[in-house]
Design a protein around this ligand. Structure first.
Ligand code: HEC
Ligand code: HEC
Length: 276
């Protein structure tokens, strides 16, 4: 089983919640994002360290050269994944739909080489450390399909992969993290009104809304930020940040959301609450 879930990998704070784990697995299976892999793929994928620095490409990754054209069925599968399961179009436009805060993926091959595309999808922080593009957790086969789909878009830009860039300086402060990673969709003050909000099929949560946010335990905010909307049965346009932010950074974001709403989670979910 491949489960890119930074919090479990790092063995922290999971609270042993079998119920939540089961829900996550069920949602993953339903969404086609859970695959059973064998052999080398498992060894390569099973332990996925969180990283903001260099990360080797997976063995099956289509990294360079002339990409083999996709079959019509594979093309349809890639388009369905992008439409229904992956967060990419939360930020990127593709064929007239999608977000407005990142380059249009339909024309990516007019600008970028195959190698650049593969590296960006596999390890964005290594290619453009300052970009607000988190590494999306996906099974290796899905990552390869999406990379090939983009590599075979019209266009034939060439060029060397830029050398690995120096990692961006860490943003430990919740406010700075929020401004960098979240505000484009959720709005600078968490009203759900970021510049990209209108391009999303589902309105981004209003983190400043005390009535809504006081119904959410900190754990569920944490899990949505780490694991993304798809595995929480929410809009897949909400990206997963668990492979790009540390548990401490995600906790800082949860705490920052609590300052935006000036609220706390339900009593039962807080330390000292008596039932779960
Ligand atoms: C939270 C927003 C966000 C999400 C989600 C996101 N990206 Fe990006 N992506 C960006 C930004 C911003 C850039 C531009 C980086 C730069 O400054 O060059 C980018 C750049 C890229 C590029 C290079 C494009 C170019 O013309 O330079 C590719 C390819 C890409 N992303 C693919 C993906 C794929 C595939 C997914 C989903 C698995 C994805 N991105 C998810 C924000 C995002
Ligand atoms: C590409 C747009 C986008 C970005 C970037 C984004 N989000 Fe979201 N987020 C959404 C959308 C859309 C939803 C609503 C999902 C739903 O309700 O189905 C959401 C929902 C959420 C929720 C769930 C709220 C609830 O009601 O339980 C949390 C928590 C959250 N986002 C936190 C963040 C944080 C923190 C960041 C930055 C690290 C972030 N988001 C970045 C689009 C985005």
């Amino acid at each position: 089983m491949i489960l890119h879930y930074g919090r479990i990998d790092e063995g922290q704070d999971f609270n042993g919640s079998i119920g939540r784990m089961t829900r996550v697995l069920r949602a993953l299976t339903r969404s086609g994002l859970l695959v059973v892999a064998t052999g080398a793929a498992v060894r390569a994928q099973a332990v996925t360290p969180r990283t903001s620095g260099p990360r080797p490409s997976g063995p099956a990754l289509a990294t360079a050269g002339a990409a083999v054209p996709l079959s019509p069925a594979a093309t349809r599968k890639a388009e369905a994944l992008l439409r229904d399961h992956l967060p990419c179009l939360g930020c990127h436009a593709l064929g007239g739909t999608g977000g407005r805060v990142a380059p249009d993926l339909a024309t990516v091959r007019t600008r970028r080489s195959s190698a650049y595309i593969a590296a960006m999808v596999d390890a964005p922080a290594r290619v453009v450390p300052a970009a607000a593009m988190p590494r999306t957790p996906m099974p290796a086969a899905t990552r390869e399909l999406i990379i090939r789909y983009l590599q075979t878009r019209p266009g034939s830009a060439d060029g060397e992969l830029p050398p690995p860039a120096a990692p961006a300086p860490p943003l430990r402060d919740g406010a700075a993290l929020y401004a960098h990673w979240c505000a484009a969709c959720h709005g600078a003050t968490g009203k759900g009104d970021g510049p990209n909000a209108a391009a999303l099929p589902v309105k981004p949560a209003a983190h400043a809304d005390a009535a809504a946010m006081s119904r959410r335990p900190d754990d569920s905010l944490y899990d949505t930020i780490a694991g993304g909307g798809a595995i929480m049965n929410r809009s897949p346009r909400m990206p997963a940040f668990g492979e790009s932010l540390s548990p401490a950074e995600i906790r800082a974001l949860v705490a920052y959301i609590r300052t935006l709403c000036r609220c706390q989670g339900p009593a039962w979910s807080r330390d000292g609450g008596d039932t779960r």
